[in-house]
Design a protein around this ligand. Structure first.
Ligand code: UDP
Length: 378
């Protein structure tokens, strides 16, 4: 096998950014990817109904980071897309995050102003709260009634844990609004790549210094790699150390079973994503991809998401037990020289897409800064 300066394991966000940054620096880079495609979980393609769909769930880009926004715009044009989600509650579709419309619909009220909504919420919420887990976090925002209707069972389906068994940060991802704003996110930049994510990744990786090896498990070929300067590993951190023969406890992940269906109708549901926070169905949400970018087709493709324990690891499970276990892995990782763990799985963090971009960009900068100060000192 040829010799490369940099070896990157994984062609998702973190791997692609690291590869591009070092290639741009004049380094030769080998990207090793287990799957048969680039783009990690952002991988999308045109399906048999002529619709651009994602293989691994909906990916909505949103960020307040100027540097991340500037970076992603180098590789694709983007169109503005403010994501909205509806939830099926008590037989009706209501906006989530909870806003004035949600409360009026579910409780037959006629709240008009932000003051009235703030007043209603303050009557629901416990007087003082300093949430220490997901349940307390959700109740502190919306009170126990909406918690029960919209968060408790969804969380159990998603994580196989009740909210009290998870960190407050998990439920804190969802805000509550005192106005009519029905956007899922409120970041400054909210957009989707024209032509899809796979094209964005192809463009990031399109550099003469970058070689991508698909269908290749790093652990089965690593003995064949010629010496390199640095290794960037973006897979699950516990897999890395178990391959080394380490016997630390396993980290917990959640996976998703995506069930794609064609429905012979123009539209299946009125919105791209409908959540099912109740116990009446096992799936957490249904995505109808043609809504993204206003795609046209005779039939429609829907995807039901069932969160499961086994399968590709998608979500780290943020709670105390896993934090303690991860910390042991992190300490081992820190002792390795010229091996870097980067991304959602390697850092065991529930990153949004922009945080993954940011982390990889920052890591590259930090390595450059460290190198320059070493050279200065020498
Ligand atoms: N959540 C919920 N009900 C919903 C939507 C979200 O209880 O209708 C909770 C659930 O615990 C979920 C968390 O809020 O895991 C974060 O939701 P988000 O939509 O950010 O999850 P992701 O899109 O990352 O799967």
């Amino acid at each position: 096998m040829k010799k490369y300066d940099i070896v990157v394991v994984g062609a998702g966000i973190s791997g692609a950014v690291i590869a591009e940054r070092f290639a741009n620096d004049g380094k030769t880079v080998l990207v090793i990817e287990k799957r048969d495609h680039i783009a990690g979980n952002c991988f999308d393609y045109i399906d048999k109904n002529g619709i651009l769909v994602s293989q691994y769930g909906a990916h909505l880009f949103h960020t307040n980071y100027e540097d991340v926004w500037e970076y992603v715009n180098r590789f694709s044009d983007w169109y503005p897309w403010e994501h909205k989600v509806l939830a099926q509650v008590d037989g009706t579709l209501v906006p989530i995050p909870v806003n004035i419309t949600t409360v009026n619909e579910l409780f037959g009220l006629n709240i008009q102003t932000e003051q009235e909504m703030a007043q209603w919420l303050s009557e629901q919420r416990p007087p003082d709260s300093n949430p220490t887990n997901g349940k307390e976090a959700a109740i502190a925002k919306v009170g126990p009634v909406l918690y029960e209707k919209m968060f408790r069972h969804y969380t159990k389906k998603q994580w196989d844990k009740y909210p009290e068994e998870l960190d407050a940060s998990v439920l804190d991802r969802i805000p509550v609004r005192v106005n009519h704003d029905d956007r899922y996110f409120s970041d400054k930049y909210q957009a989707l790549p024209k032509g899809g994510y796979t094209q964005l990744f192809a463009s990031i990786l399109d550099h003469p210094n970058i070689t991508v090896m698909l269908n290749t498990d790093y652990f089965s070929i690593r003995g064949k790699l010629k010496s390199y300067e640095k290794l960037f590993y973006t897979g699950p951190i516990d897999r890395f150390f178990s391959a080394e023969g380490d016997l630390l406890p396993k980290l917990e992940y959640r996976s998703i079973n995506f069930v794609h269906e064609t429905v012979d109708t123009e539209y299946f549901q009125p919105n791209s994503v409908v959540n099912y926070p109740g116990l009446e169905v096992d799936y957490t949400r249904i995505i109808e991809y043609k809504h993204f970018g206003g795609q046209k087709s005779e039939k429609t493709t829907i995807v039901k998401e069932y969160t499961v324990a086994d399968g590709d690891p998608y979500y780290p499970v943020p709670n105390e037990r896993n934090r303690v276990v991860y910390e042991q892995y992190r300490q081992k990782a820190e002792r390795l020289i010229d091996v870097y763990f980067v991304g959602r799985l390697a850092n065991y963090k529930y990153f949004n897409m922009d945080q993954a971009f940011k982390n990889a960009l920052d890591l590259y900068e930090e390595i450059g800064v460290a190198k320059r100060s070493k050279q200065k000192a020498a």
